[in-house]
Design a protein around this ligand. Structure first.
Ligand code: NAP
Length: 518
């Protein structure tokens, strides 16, 4: 049995006591165990703060970028091994595993590119300076410098590679050392990535640590220069927001939580058009990629009333081509969900949705996975529901089912579509499909305040559109309300979490001279 360790205080340490099991969700075979019991979290935090922090802050943005580039290349060099691990521990098809691992490689590379733009300096200059006095001499300028603490990253189970990399890329470029805590159930990929990076000696000591298992009292030990960046359920987020360090010492916290992402089809979109094909392709991909376990997956589909029947038929046709089973087989296009508790939650969640919608495709218990021993694995078919009378407050607008489950619903007008989208309580991404400029404008104005990202699918970009579920390093990832109110990525915007913005007032010559100096 493989026993995983944590990488803290510059060394690999195995925990004592009862270990948690990491399972293959297709076969239920136990792949590894891990525990963090007995780890000295105080020493781990101090080591990261005192060793990693100064080393990183001594590096310029360009040098931090070179480190990120080397990390990206080292992961790329072991890509096949990581894809295999993601398939075994995450229930990922090869395509799902690539989405995660290549996302990690690409995001580190994108932040390495950004570092080149920021240049050989330590100070991030924020906007233009302002003349404050009678003469141009008295000057004000906002600047940002790295916080002198540690960034603790608590990640969800669904992206063990990308989750590590997207948060680490931003924090390390900003100049903060990282302690990464992946979700225990799928930590094998994260663990292997950290092993690779440590073995290659790509980072100064203390710059990247790994806690592989429970967080213990680590978060309660943080202080006013530290940061928590959390991704996971809103229930866990609520607990972390009430943590001692957040409430009493002002530890900064960023939350990426649940999201009832939506897709809206315009009344102008005809069957057979490029936009309709884009819409149907996107919805099916977002429902089934990573077995619907993406925070950005589409959960709600709003369609003009007279198109509901046709859209359901198009989606059923495409969904019936999805082959569920052992994700390592080439003929399988959707694997299991990641854990026993996920399949239980999914089945209960579908029952909740049935309070306001009827199943029109599939069933959460009605599945015969290909190439899997009878009765084994955490499998479901895709499940499509139809809600005839959607309204705010019903289950489809309240409850996230974290799997390949979505609901088609009618809308009457652009205004009613927008208010139904907003009834989701704040989301990561919404997508609108139309060539009608007035409809698109109405939707953008009404829907944007409730979302971190909007994608607009129209005929002119249909051939090159990016899937709405793909978070890009250049654009913001996060959303208001239910989605947690956080902001990650978005190029240099994501770095703000890890830096203190300070307004400088004084002699213009001194302040302007600063941007090239420490
Ligand atoms: P979760 O149960 O909330 O766990 C998330 C992370 O929090 C795990 O690393 C977990 O560690 C840790 N954790 C749990 N309790 C903790 C505590 N008391 N103190 C410190 N850490 C604690 O969520 P999940 O089941 O992994 O992920 C699914 C959810 O994440 C879904 O609701 C999904 O929408 C959301 N999600 C959001 C985004 C986004 O970007 N907005 C992305 C992906 C997923 P252990 O595993 O060790 O328990």
């Amino acid at each position: 049995m493989i026993e995983l360790g944590s990488y803290v205080s510059g060394t690999w340490i195995k925990g004592k006591g009862k270990a948690a099991e990491l399972v293959n969700p297709a076969t239920e075979e136990v792949l590894a165990v891990t525990s963090t019991e007995g780890l000295d979290f105080g020493a781990a935090i101090a080591f990261a703060r005192d060793k990693g922090g100064p080393a990183l802050r001594a590096m310029t943005f360009t040098q931090r970028g070179e480190m990120l580039r080397a990390m990206s290349r080292a992961i790329h060099a072991k890509r096949d091994e990581l894809l295999n691990l993601a398939q075994a521990n995450g229930g990922n098809t090869r395509g799902d595993a690539k989405f995660d691992v290549d996302g990690a490689i690409g995001t580190l590379a994108a932040y390495a590119d950004l570092a080149q733009e920021l240049g050989d300096t330590h100070v991030l200059v924020d906007g233009d300076g302002i003349q404050l006095g009678r003469s141009a001499r008295l000057f004000g300028q906002h600047v940002s410098l790295p916080r002198e603490g540690v960034a603790v990253h608590v990640n969800a189970f669904n992206f063990p590679a990308w989750g590590l990399a997207e948060k680490a890329a931003t924090a390390l470029l900003a100049g903060m050392p990282v302690i990464s805590k992946p979700a225990t159930s799928t930590a094998l990929v994260t663990h292997r990535i950290v092993e690779i990076l440590v073995a290659e000696k790509l980072m100064p000591e203390g710059v990247l640590s790994l806690v592989c298992g429970g967080a213990g009292d680590m978060l309660d030990r943080l202080g006013g220069q530290d940061v928590i960046a959390f991704t996971g359920s809103s229930i866990t987020a609520a607990k972390l927001r009430e943590g001692k360090s957040v409430l009493l010492r002002g530890t900064k916290i960023n939350v990426e939580a649940d999201s009832l992402n939506s897709a809206v089809l315009g009344a102008d979109v005809e069957e057979g058009s490029d936009v309709m094909n884009l819409f149907v392709g996107d919805v099916v991909r977002e429902m089934t990629q990573k077995t619907g376990q993406k925070c950005t997956a589409t959960r709600r589909i709003y369609v003009p009333k007279d198109k509901v029947g046709a859209v359901i038929e198009l989606l059923r046709e495409r969904l019936s081509a999805i082959k569920v089973g052992d994700p390592t087989r080439d003929d399988v296009t959707m694997g299991p969900v990641a854990t026993a508790s996920q399949i239980r939650d999914l089945r209960e969640g579908v029952k909740k949705l049935e309070s306001c919608a009827k199943i029109v495709f599939g069933g959460a218990t009605d599945v015969n996975p290909i190439g899997v021993p009878a009765g084994k694995g955490y499998f479901t078919t895709p499940v499509l529901l139809h809600g005839e009378n959607p309204k705010a407050g019903d289950a489809v607008h309240e409850h996230e089912v974290f799997g390949p489950v979505a609901t088609v619903m009618p809308y009457e007008s652009a205004a009613s579509a927008a208010s139904l989208v907003a009834a989701g309580g704040g989301g990561l991404v919404s997508s609108v499909y139309s060539d009608d400029k007035d409809f698109i404008r109405t939707m953008i104005v009404a829907v944007a305040p409730h979302h971190g990202r909007l994608t607009i699918g129209s005929s002119k970009i249909a051939g090159q559109a990016l899937p709405p579920g793909m978070a890009l390093p250049q654009l913001l990832h996060g959303g208001p309300g239910r989605a947690g109110g956080g902001e990650e990525l978005g190029g240099r915007r994501g770095m703000a979490l890890y830096m203190q913005r300070t307004a400088l007032q004084g002699d213009r010559a001194i302040i302007e001279g600063l941007s090239g100096k420490k």
